[in-house]
Design a protein around this ligand. Structure first.
Ligand code: ADP
Length: 212
């Protein structure tokens, strides 16, 4: 499923670089919107493929010692363009030295990317998002804090259920990201949880086990 989408993206790049010929402003505009739709299609496909793994009870984990900073860096790079579009600042306030954790780097990076993407989506324009990481006993905790609309207490557990979306949520979405994230974190012996104040913002935290 992902191969044809990637090939659309490559063709788009050729067109955008004007290697095939110059573009007029209308054509550039059209390309921009095809690019946005393709990116969304790719991320929904990713969610559905991950969901298939979860549903079949067949999460393929590759647990290895991993550097949390690299996972965070990956997620920051993956969300940079989305943040720029909304003029949202992402502030990474890391501890100087974090221990290695036992993690499936790819899946954890997917979870963190999803949390930052949500923080951007559910924040107001020009907001700041804060990423922190710290060691707490035998765990590393990575948090994503936003100053968006927050989540009412009644919904704070429900958002981790499949297809659940807070009623009235206007942004487009599937309601799958957090439920997949929960399965991925628990499969690694870690966790994911939220603290949120309705009207003020949310803090999503993931935990991973330190390599002892
Ligand atoms: P999606 O965002 O695709 O709907 P998720 O599983 O990622 O799916 O999130 C489920 C719901 O939780 C969202 O629809 C939204 O209502 C709420 N939510 C998630 N993250 C945030 C956040 N940072 N601030 C406010 N609400 C959020």
């Amino acid at each position: 499923m992902k191969t044809p989408i990637s090939s659309i993206k490559m063709s788009l790049q050729l067109l955008e670089n004007e290697q095939i010929g110059p573009l007029n402003p209308e054509q550039s505009q059209l390309l921009e919107s095809i690019r946005e739709d393709t990116t969304r299609l790719l991320s929904i496909t990713d969610e559905l493929l991950n969901m298939t793994q979860v549903e079949s009870g067949n999460i393929q984990l590759s647990l290895l010692p991993a550097d949390p900073q690299r996972i965070i860096q990956y997620a920051l790079n993956a969300t940079r363009t989305q943040a720029e579009h909304k003029n949202v600042r992402i502030q990474w306030q890391g501890a100087e030295k974090l221990p290695l954790v036992f993690a499936d780097s790819e899946k954890t990076a997917w979870v963190l990317t999803n949390l930052i993407a949500n923080a951007i989506r559910y924040s107001y324009d020009n907001a700041t998002i804060y990423i922190t990481a710290e060691q707490s006993q035998s765990q590393v905790k990575i948090s994503v804090r936003d100053t968006g609309q927050g989540i009412a207490p009644d919904y704070q557990d429900k958002i981790f259920e499949r297809y659940f979306r807070v009623p009235g949520t206007k942004k487009e979405g599937t309601g799958l990201g957090l439920s997949i994230s929960k399965e991925f974190m628990e499969a690694q012996g870690g966790d994911i949880y939220v603290k949120s104040e309705f009207g003020a913002g949310s803090i999503f935290t993931i935990t991973l086990n330190v390599v002892l």
